[in-house]
Ligand binder design. Structure first.
Ligand code: PLP
Length: 402
């Protein structure tokens, strides 16, 4: 009998869009629905006491109580792990609760963390103001200064932390060097890759232990939800998962649905964010009213070479400084744009613009702002997925108008 022609071999590793659409999902879902249902329940019932005991003795995996998990959360966690090429993921209510949960689970009184000082201001605030109350010491070193990071390590150091790219300066960490320091000293490493995203940067492949995302940003992508995620090995995530169940920093069923829906188009959206970020950065870099543009896709950016080697694209966030402008003149540029809305956050389909001095650092002293590298004339623009020409035309009219 003639052999049946064999089916075409499956691709060795599916592409990121295929992963975004299908990974983590059961092929046949409850009620034969195309999409995952929203499990709007706070508790899960047992048929009898035997079923409850089987669950407690871990003989029967299932859900028990909403604070510990939700079936569609598991789907999103598998999808997030697949997108980052990790073994497992843990979903949180917000990026900050993911950060706090990881640090609280990993650190004890007497431990130390070392982090690169360019970062989301609330992450810094949690380390310096709150971890310190529990006896954990934080040492901040200048971003991408690997010698300073190594010099700050003591026998008590338990975690090296950085963002890449950093917010709002867009500095790019050499992940191999960062990981090498951790391995040399047997210290775990954490990269907040919120700005990088799994589309543009692959920290786990470089050997980083934990990748963290504010999924509120590019992963959710629609400025309509808050979420956070940590991707690591199942073993590393287990104590964090247990603490999350106690903290209750869990995403709600409706929120999880929105995130799963947003993730399906994540790689598609990133292509346009990358295109817009690059084009807008190039436009601003050639504009006579602009003093400086922070964007790793520009050839004169201090971290351009490492960004090119390490990143697929450079994202939608562009930070720039207006030439000769004090904070009021800078605010006039922000107020003159018509397309991007004024507000915090980034990574959504709608462009957002803000002046870091006003939005995140208003309560800091000028000395603190200098230390954090926040200039009065800085503007942070999160390019959405609008047409590139429209964003550029809008910025051109805003710069001409003031
Ligand atoms: C780099 C970075 N990490 C973490 C966070 C915190 O995320 P969330 O707002 O989801 O708590 C943010 C928020 O802006 C961020 O920019």
């Amino acid at each position: 009998m003639a052999e049946k022609p064999s089916a075409a071999p499956p691709a060795a590793r599916p592409g990121l869009s295929t992963i975004a659409v299908h990974a983590g999902e059961d092929r046949q879902k409850l009620g034969d629905a195309m999409t995952d249902p929203i499990f709007c329940t706070s508790t899960y019932t047992f048929a009898d006491t035997r079923a409850a005991i089987d669950f407690i003795e871990q003989k029967q995996p299932r859900e028990e109580y909403g604070r510990y998990g939700n079936p569609s959360e598991k789907v999103v966690e598998r999808k997030l792990a697949a997108l980052d090429g990790g073994e497992a993921a843990l979903l949180f209510a917000t990026g900050m609760s993911a950060f706090v949960g990881l640090l609280m689970a990993r650190l004890s009184a007497g431990d130390e963390v070392v982090f690169f000082d360019e970062c989301y201001h609330r992450s810094r605030e949690f380390c310096t103001k709150h971890l310190s109350r529990f006896g954990v010491r934080t040492r901040q070193v200048p971003a991408c200064d690997y010698d300073a990071m190594e010099a700050a390590i003591t026998p008590s150091t338990k975690l090296l932390i950085s963002e890449s790219p950093t917010n709002p300066h867009l500095s790019v960490v050499d992940l191999e060097r960062f990981v090498a320091i951790g391995r040399r000293h047997k210290i775990e490493t954490l990269i907040d890759a919120t700005l990088g995203t799994p589309y543009n940067v692959r920290p786990l492949e470089a050997g980083v232990d934990y990748v963290l995302h504010s999924a509120t940003k590019y992963l959710g992508g629609h400025n309509d939800l808050l979420a956070g995620a940590i991707i690591a090995t199942t073993e590393k995530l287990e104590p964090i998962r247990k603490l999350r169940g106690i903290m209750g920093a869990i995403s709600s069923p409706h929120n999880i649905y929105l995130l799963e829906r947003g993730l399906k188009t994540f790689p598609l959206r990133m292509e346009q964010h990358n295109r817009n970020g690059q084009a807008v950065a190039e436009f601003l870099a050639s504009h006579p009213r602009i003093e400086r543009v922070y964007y790793p896709g520009l050839a004169d950016h201090p971290y351009h070479q490492i960004a090119r080697a390490q990143m697929r694209g450079f994202g939608g966030l562009v930070t720039f400084a207006v030439k000769g402008a004090d904070w009021r003149a800078t605010a006039r540029v922000v107020d003159a744009v018509r397309l991007p809305r004024i507000g915090p956050s980034l990574g959504g389909v709608e462009s957002l613009i803000e002046q870091p001095l006003v939005m995140s650092y208003y309560e800091c002293t000028p000395e603190e702002r200098r230390r954090f590298g926040i200039a009065d004339n800085m503007i942070r623009l999160s390019c959405g997925v609008e047409n590139t020409e429209d964003l550029i035309a809008d910025l051109a009219q805003a710069l001409d108008a003031v």
